[in-house]
Write a protein that binds this ligand. Structure first.
Ligand code: ADP
Ligand code: ZN
Length: 286
């Protein structure tokens, strides 16, 4: 029995195959170009490495509503060629096996819950802060889907009056992604986020916005843990800053788990998504 995984990102797709113990036996990275080219390479990878079930975590937005005519599609992405693309249908045509279809951040949340930072818990939220901001959640062991999937990167944020940067989300003036993703840092300070000094005040502002997101997630979902990943979160000094401002903003209203165990970095790193895909596919086979 072999299990397959696709972590489909805006810059690259990672395909992997594991045995039943989740030991990876084949893995390949494919650049995200056109659907024809990228999906052609994905399909030939799984032709060479056949699997019995597959978990797919995709960049979005995607359609996860099982009864929808466009279930399995990537929908309103600005990414050329991928808008209204039938991702799951293309895979099903190539391989008639069971699939789990959800977002890249939901699979990462699932991986972290089962084998990463949130092991032993029943719920967690995973937020990635990179080129964009995305968030996924597992609640009571289940991926969180509603009429669609969460879009936590677009929660509205109280704009710091001292911050003159307008944000770069084309849809919202003051959303989290527009104010706090990597490109926001780059535009606000006119330099790459990774070149800002560790003690630059930029990180205090960044932590203010990320802490607000944690407060909103806390009071709406009551997750047992909030896990941060993505390029920007490589700045480890953000964690104490976020925790401190989170505590101030929440003002003691909700007794959360101990703060150092509540707002934490991703543990599986770049493997969180693939691990989640494999686990979900494995459960599909049971
Ligand atoms: P993606 O979101 O495209 O999958 P990343 O998570 O690496 O990829 O996010 C890229 C963004 O993160 C860029 O805006 C980049 O400036 C920022 N970034 C990457 N590494 C760091 C770092 N060490 N410190 C701060 N920002 C970083
Ligand atoms: Zn937005």
């Amino acid at each position: 029995m072999k299990i397959g995984a696709i972590e489909a990102g805006g810059t690259k797709f990672v395909c992997a195959v594991s045995d039943e113990q989740l030991t990876i036996v084949a893995r390949e990275q494919i650049p995200t170009t056109t659907p024809a080219e990228t999906m052609g390479a994905v399909i030939s990878f799984f032709q060479k490495n056949p699997v019995d079930a597959m978990g797919i975590g995709s960049f979005g937005p995607i359609d996860v509503a099982v009864n929808s005519a466009t279930y399995g599609y990537i929908t309103a992405t600005p990414k050329v060629g991928w808008r209204d693309y039938d991702f799951l249908g293309t895979m099903k045509k190539a391989f008639d096996i069971p699939y789990v279809w959800t977002t890249d951040v939901n699979v990462a949340a699932y991986g972290e819950l089962k084998l990463g930072a949130a092991q032993g818990l029943k719920s967690c939220v995973y937020l990635t802060v990179g080129t964009g901001i995305g968030g996924g959640a597992v609640i009571n062991g289940q991926l969180l889907h509603g009429f669609g999937h969460p879009e936590m990167g677009h929660m509205l944020i109280r704009h710091d009056p001292a911050d003159t940067y307008q944000g770069h989300c084309p849809f919202h003036a003051d959303c989290l992604e527009g104010l706090a993703a990597g490109p926001a840092l780059e535009q606000r300070y006119q330099r790459k986020a990774q070149t800002l000094a560790g003690d630059d005040p930029a990180w205090t502002l960044e932590a203010n916005y990320l802490a607000q997101a944690c407060v909103d997630l806390t009071v709406t979902l009551s997750p047992e843990m909030i896990i941060f990943g993505g390029g920007v979160m490589k700045q480890q000094q953000l964690f104490p800053l976020i925790r401190q401002q989170f505590a101030q903003q929440l003002a003691g209203y909700v007794p959360t788990p101990a703060i150092d165990d509540y707002i934490v970095p991703v543990q599986l790193g770049d493997n969180a998504g693939i691990t989640g895909c494999l686990l979900l596919a494995q459960e599909q086979l049971r």
